[in-house]
Every structure is written in C-alpha cells, then in structure tokens.
Design a protein around this ligand. Structure first.
Ligand SMILES: Cc1cc2nc3c(=O)[nH]c(=O)nc-3n(C[C@H](O)[C@H](O)[C@H](O)COP(=O)(O)OP(=O)(O)OC[C@H]3O[C@@H](n4cnc5c(N)ncnc54)[C@H](O)[C@@H]3O)c2cc1C
Length: 237
C-alpha cells in the first residue's frame, strides 16, 4: 500500500478514536501579558468535578492534529467549573502556537484531567519552586494549602515586566525572581538559602524544566533535606 494512503488511514482511525475520547471546554477570556509570551486563559469545563481536586491536576489539551500538550488548571472555582491556564509561549512549538491563537469563545478539546500527585503535606512549611511554565502549578498548589501561611515559594521569571505583573496580579507569597542561570536552579537555590527554612519541617515542591528540577533536587539534598521532603515533577527538556 502507498505510504500516503497508509497515512490517510492512520489519520482517519486516529480522528475516530479522538472523537470518542476527547471532552470539550470553552474559552471565556484570553489575556496576553506584556510582552505577550505569557498567556492567561480562562476556561469553562462543564464536565469536570473540580471539588475532587486534592492534588495539583493537569490537562492534556489537543493543540493540533493528533498533537497534545499538558497544561495546569489553576485558580479554579468548583461552583462555576471554571479555571485558568498560564501558558509560557516564549518558545516555538505547537502548544505555544495554539495558545497564541486562542480567542474568547473558542472551544478546546482535551483528554481526561489527570493528577501530578502533588498535594500539600501536613507540615508547617510547604515551599513551591518553579519556572514560567510551572506558574499555574504553583498557584494551584497555593490554592490547596490551608492555612495559607504555611505556603511560600519562588518562580524564576526571565522578563522584568512579567515579574512586576505577577506581583500586581496575584496576592501570593510566591516571589517572582530574576533568572541568572540558563535553567534557573542556581537562582532558585540562592533564594532558598536566603530564606533559612527549617531543615526538618519543610517540604519542597519542584516543577518546570527537567534540568532545573533535577539539579535543584540534588542541591536541596546536599543541604540535608531528605528525599521525602522533595516532590519533583519535570515538565519539559
Ligand atoms: C504535568 C505538566 C503540566 C504542565 N503545565 C504547564 C503549564 O501550566 N503551562 C506551561 O506553559 N507549560 C506547562 N507544561 C509544560 C508544557 O507541556 C511543555 O512546555 C510543552 O512542551 C510545550 O509544548 P510546545 O508545543 O509549546 O513545545 P514543544 O514542541 O514541546 O517543544 C518545542 C521546543 O521548545 C522547548 N520548550 C518547551 N517548553 C518550553 C518552555 N516553557 N520554555 C522554553 N522552551 C520550551 C522544547 O525543549 C523544544 O526544544 C506542563 C507539563 C507537564 C508535564
């Protein structure tokens, strides 16, 4: 059989399967930060039971033909089934392109929502550390920590304006900090050292680019934090 015919059959089988598995949501509002490489998307997901979100969730979104990317629903309201995605679109990729082109009123398609298994431990200090791609993850974690005074953290943000906007937009103990190294782990570690966290009662939640997450994990262990005090989720490399 010719390759082009085989590809057509594969595509059409994929489309049939997709239609059976995918669920729909609606874009309520898209906000582009300035510069517009950070995109904030309010969604209505009527089929989702957000009351059951006790671990930081993620959603596998269709961003192109048979192409999916993971994003984190944050700032959710279970009563109205709405949430917000924060998408770092400073690089080239189908996910970035999809986010840049989204408009108010669009329909999105996604697979079932899954969990990262990040849930706040019962300890006095929950510390979130990440990069621009894990802003949603850290805000979602913040939403789950009670009392909120237990939560703190930092996010590496390369852009000065984005750091200012983060401070303006959110009432958050998360500190946006300058990126001084390519992946961000050294900048984050310097910040951690300045905080003088308690060695026994702190639990760290790391998310974002894989190098940052794995190097930060090593640096925290060198400081004496035990493996079970470090929850890590690499997002991309
Ligand atoms: C559980 C989970 C939750 C996630 N939640 C979010 C989220 O809420 N918001 C978010 O922005 N991302 C999130 N991500 C990361 C996102 O899924 C990836 O960054 C994804 O690769 C982006 O797809 P893309 O098509 O834009 O780029 P790809 O086609 O996957 O990659 C193209 C190129 O860009 C590089 N790249 C990918 N992402 C970035 C980035 N952020 N910065 C710089 N270079 C990059 C890749 O290394 C590659 O070289 C999450 C990932 C996981 C696993």
């Amino acid at each position: 059989m010719e390759t082009s015919t085989l590809n057509k059959i594969k595509r059409s089988a994929g489309n049939i399967l997709e239609n059976q598995l995918l669920q729909s949501g609606r874009v309520l509002e898209v906000r582009h930060w300035q510069p517009s490489t950070m995109i904030e998307i309010d969604l209505h997901l009527p089929q989702v039971d957000m009351q059951s979100w006790h671990e930081v969730p993620y959603i596998k979104v269709k961003v192109d033909n048979l192409t999916y990317r993971d994003y984190t629903p944050a700032s959710w309201d279970a009563e109205t089934s709405t949430c917000t995605l924060y998408i770092d679109a400073a690089h080239k990729g189908p996910g970035s392109k999809w986010a840049r082109e989204l408009q108010n009123g669009d329909t999105i398609r996604y697979f079932k929502i899954r969990t990262t298994r990040h849930a706040p431990a019962s300890t006095p200090a929950i510390i979130g550390l990440g990069d621009e791609s894990s802003m949603g993850h850290m805000l979602a974690l913040q939403q789950m920590v009670l009392p909120s005074t237990r939560f703190s953290g930092a996010i590496i943000m390369a852009n000065d304006d984005h750091r200012n906007l983060f401070d303006q937009y959110f009432k958050s103990p998360i500190k946006p900090i300058e990126r001084r190294d390519a992946f961000g782990h050294n900048s984050l570690m310097r910040w951690v050292m300045e905080q003088h966290y308690n060695l026994e009662h702190s639990v760290f939640y790391l998310a974002g680019n894989n190098t940052m997450v794995s190097e930060l994990r090593k640096l925290l262990k060198l400081q004496g934090y035990a493996s079970n005090q470090i929850k890590a989720h690499g997002f991309w490399s």
